[in-house]
Design a protein around this ligand. Structure first.
Ligand code: PHE
Length: 338
């Protein structure tokens, strides 16, 4: 009987010292488990006399019931405390303002949107075409036969002998004129590809093709259109200059420069001291191209131009390296974000 009292008192002390659920569970095993103290006590009943056994057994059972009850109570207490602690720790303040997810239009998209808006206001249609193109539309229909040296102007990614990644949005000219007859007034923005990579060349870049075909179109119409675009994109005081150039699909062909938006024409590092920045290629649609598409070149003529949108973005935003446009570094992109 003393032993029972002793176990009971040690048990109470040990229980009082338990501060975690795990410790209470351990204590339960220590006293009530298969090899626990109380189980051991019950086993010792065989050493007692027949008269002593009932009262001893009853006492041990009483203690077992007591232990079970207080252990359960202690576990409940600790579980409630644990829940309180978690509620406190994991509390979410639903009244806090959320952090805004960040997103902004890419500088090339900004340029494309701006130019498209201008052109649509002047009555141009907007069309897009395939990036994987046939040799025919990218070259042959544009008066660039196989083995023509003009193909060297554009380092081409070929997929097969006759299929390639388009090197210019000019590929849309013949596609379009085969289907649509004059008057034609369209722009075709899109990606183009050339095997070239340095600070001013990227293997993928963006152009907007402009094409006008109608009666009595002149170089003055081309110049007026490009002057308007330049003034709207780079400021009213921007001057435009045409230099003779060569493209097999335009005749005459011109290279178009604008006064440097950075120095206003005085000369700086952006324009390499010349005061001018080369902007795009353009010209009067070569009659061969019209005829290739079944348009009577005696009745109709037209102009075409190809704007490099990446170049526009670099000039407009003072971006020194074209590759920045393709790295998607948020530190760069955030400067244009709203
Ligand atoms: N396609 C030419 C290029 O990528 C640009 C161009 C377009 C020139 C239309 C003339 C007319 O270099």
């Amino acid at each position: 009987m003393d032993k029972i009292e002793q176990i009971k008192s040690v048990f109470h002390d040990e229980l009082a010292a338990c501060s975690t659920i795990a410790a209470v569970q351990e204590l339960k095993v220590k006293y009530l488990g298969k090899t626990g103290e109380l189980t051991g006590l019950l086993k010792s009943i065989k050493d007692l006399s027949a008269e002593e056994r009932p009262s001893f057994g009853a006492k041990v059972n009483e203690l077992r019931n007591l232990m079970e009850a207080v252990l359960a109570e202690k576990l409940d207490e600790l579980k409630v405390a644990e829940l309180q602690r978690r509620l406190q720790e994991e509390r979410i303040d639903v009244s806090l303002t959320a952090t805004k997810p960040w997103g902004a239009l890419h500088p090339v998209t900004l340029i494309q949107n701006e130019i498209t808006e201008l052109m649509v206001a002047m009555g141009f249609e907007v069309l897009s075409g395939p990036e994987i193109e046939t040799d025919y539309y990218n070259f042959q229909a544009l008066n660039i036969p196989e083995d023509h040296p003009a193909r060297d102007m554009q380092d081409t990614f070929y997929i097969t002998d006759s299929i390639l990644l388009r090197t210019q949005t000019s590929a849309m000219q013949a596609r379009l004129m085969e289907k649509k007859k004059p008057p034609i007034k369209v722009i075709c923005p899109g990606k183009v590809f050339r095997s070239d990579s340095d600070a001013s060349h990227s293997p993928v870049f963006h152009q907007i093709e402009g094409l006008v075909v109608d009666k009595n179109i002149t170089l003055c119409d081309l110049k007026g259109t490009l002057e308007y675009i330049a003034a709207r994109m780079f400021g009213e005081n921007t001057k435009v200059r045409f230099r003779p150039s060569f493209f097999p699909f335009t005749e005459p062909s011109v290279e178009v420069d604008v006064t440097c938006s950075n120095c206003g024409g005085k000369g700086c590092s952006l324009c390499k001291g010349t005061g001018w920045i080369e902007l795009l290629g353009a010209g009067m649609v070569n009659p061969c191209v019209l005829e290739n598409c079944g348009i009577d070149s005696k009745k109709y003529n037209g102009f075409a131009f190809g704007i490099g949108m990446d170049r526009f973005a670099m000039i407009k935003y003072g971006i020194p390296d074209i590759r920045l446009l393709f790295e998607n570094d948020q530190r760069f992109l955030k400067q244009f974000g709203k």
